[in-house]
Design a protein around this ligand. Sequence first.
Ligand code: CA
Length: 381
Amino acid sequence: MKITNVRAHVLRSQLPQPFAFSQGWVSSRGATLVEVETDEGITGWGEALCQGLQPPEIARSAIEHALKHLVIGQDPLQPEVLWHRMYHHTRDYGQKGAVIGAISGIDIALWDITGKARREPIAKLLGGMFRTRVQAYATGFYRVKGEGEARRLAQEAEGHMAKGFRALKIKLGFGVADDVAVMKEIWGVAKNQEVMIDTNHAYGVAEAIRLGRALEDMGWRLRWYEEPVVQEDLDGYSEVRRALATPIAGGENEYTLFGFKEVFSRRALDVAQPDICIAGGFTGCRHIVALAHAHGVQVNPHVWASAVGQAASLQLIAAIPIANHALFANDILLEFDTSSHPFREHLTDAPLRQREGWVDIPQKPGLGIEVDRKIIEKYTT
Ligand code: CA
């Protein structure tokens, strides 16, 4: 089998209601979808993640100008070999960010092709399924005003719980006093749920520790505290980690085994959160999972992509072992983005669905999805 073409589709849609996370206002959702065609009629799909403020055109440009010619004419059933080919050719200007996102999108599509050719879900090609379903947590709690929204956010928590979610991740990072007010209000409705917080690296070390201690003093036993400080400050991560009893999570802005090697060797994290659509695809995340395991760190992926990236994340999650085995170990949770994403729901024939807070992992070949080209055309920019 040979690769005959690689296409990058840029999709974008304005949001009816812009929302804020600690780093800025989001007014549109974008996606860079990757389509890889072969001479045997099998097509694979992948996605390069657009982080909150990232334009989808950057990854498309990397695919079209730097990567496409490296894989056309090659055998798609050798994704590991092609991953190294793409990484080596872009090393001197790549290594992180949208270039690795672009490699991730192509890698996911190659694994989709391989799964379809072998008639197996990708997780089985990675070594098998440790789980066939995963508990979802609701990611949401974005701001529509910015500050002073504690009551509305507590009501949002009640709404997610009414839909079946038993795990919630609260967006903080809007000032320690405002964050504490939010968590006091949410204590009243969700103190018995599995709760995480995420400040999207809004603070320096001192404020990050002040927030963590305030929540510990309030009685919160958080599952994790995500991105307390900027990703470049690994010593800062270690200081926050030593100062608190709460497990520290991060890694959605880190890339490949080379980036995570530094994170793990500096003892920066309890929970590593690579995103398959930007950290290196299945191949890159397989490396990261092994490295994390060697350092006793649990991988619990970040998931914020469209339906293609969500399907890839489910296959990855199925194949991740528990780092610290025990009969009643905490299992991996699926990040379930509840924010507005106009084209996600209709992009594939298998949009993400939760029942009583649980999501089944698809058992069909490859990613287990069919992509609707009409939706791609509708939202192509
Ligand atoms: Ca996050």
